[in-house]
Design a protein around this ligand. Sequence first.
Ligand code: TTP
Ligand code: MG
Ligand code: MG
Length: 461
Amino acid sequence: MRSSPTILHLDMDAFFATVEQASKPSLRGKAVIVGGLGPRGVVATASYEARVFGVHSAMPMAQARRLAPNAAYLVPRFALYRSISEQVMGLLRDLSPLVEPLSLDEAFVDLEAGGTAWDERSARLAGAKLRADIRAVTGLTGSVGLAASKMLAKIASEQAKPDGLVLIEPGTERALLGPLPVRTLPGVGPATGDHLRRAGIHTVDELAEAGEDELVRLLGKAHGHALYAMALARDERPVVAERETKSVSVEDTYDVDIHDRVRVGAEVQRLADRCVRRLRGAGLSGRTIVLKVRRYDFSTLTRSETLRGPTDDPAVIREAAARLLESVDTTGGVRLLGVGVSGLADYTQEDLFAQAAGVREDALGEEPEAAPAEERQTATERRWPAGHDVRHAAYGHGWVQGSGLGRVTVRFETPGSEPGRVRTFRIDDPDLEPAEPLPLVARRPGASERAEAGGAGSAGP
Ligand code: TTP
Ligand code: MG
Ligand code: MG
């Protein structure tokens, strides 16, 4: 392990919710909940003001409404979040060529490789400057962790939240890790966490005390060995800009074509388990599950499904593979089967979207059209999803605060304005039309024309 805390981990604070607050002045300092608003909807994230009421990611929206009835409830705007993510990643790439994004709002940066920092002092300065730059460019706050390894940098940024910076001094790692729950360590997802708990292992200290042999016995060779090293704060994983491993997959060719549908299903389950073992062995998890089928006539097809977050849970991967198999015609016989996982990450996020079988992107309701019929909305009403931007011929730019009963309520404000006023219109008012999001931070004079024209898609660095 390196001797200086020059690995940086950045994670944006309540990312989707903070973007919405930056874009809507009246919501700053308020409880904001972003997610699917339909009956099966789930919370994507909650602002820190809303977390006080116990609302958190992956909670059913109905429960959130009970806990925080007065919060603002908004539908996610992925294109906007993606464009802001690109701005943030651009700032990270100014620090080093070695930037490893983990999700839209999160990345590792090797500051030493970029010549940006070489000791504690320079690392702390780089981290503080990054936070200031992110605020200046995007108007948002992000938390920074600095340490001598990826594992500890990520733990540090978690401790820094919200809107902070924590640096873990080399030499203090083990004392800091010891009392933390095992789930803190990378590669310990819900399944592994349960398994360890049943063996009486709750904290990192208890993991270290259990010893390597016991962990190998409990979790298998690769996983047990890797986890023991992590428990001793030994983490040599480098920050990698481009992941060399793009996917992990296993496949089998059969001497005799398989005709029996039940047998095909059983083979797919077996391959899914084998794929998970390989995934865990490499300390990885992934978001996209791929099924490959070669039929008797050598026609080969692949089917894939992308989950909300990375997983290494055998039950989740088995279920996804089984679902994919349902859409494949295997009459005539199967010559080869394969199961793979791509979209890899180092960490298993406890992502309940991924855990809950069948509840995928659609639960977030990105497309208002996806709203189930039970909502009893007319086609016209669905043009006004809560939180989306609109423009009125007379009143200018605003956002939809709510709609129903043939009316839509709009708050007229922009990222740079004072909190604005609310007006109500008929949903078919010809003066009202959907609009692109405005940039969150006003551009410097001279760039203003671009800023005026710039929507989510064109908001460049
Ligand atoms: P996170 O970084 O996990 O959470 P966060 O940024 O909202 O809050 P924190 O300050 O604790 O980092 O996730 C980033 C975004 O990803 C989040 O704003 C919304 C989305 N997301 C989901 O859609 N579903 C989930 O289950 C999680 C965890 C996140
Ligand atoms: Mg975050
Ligand atoms: Mg994150």
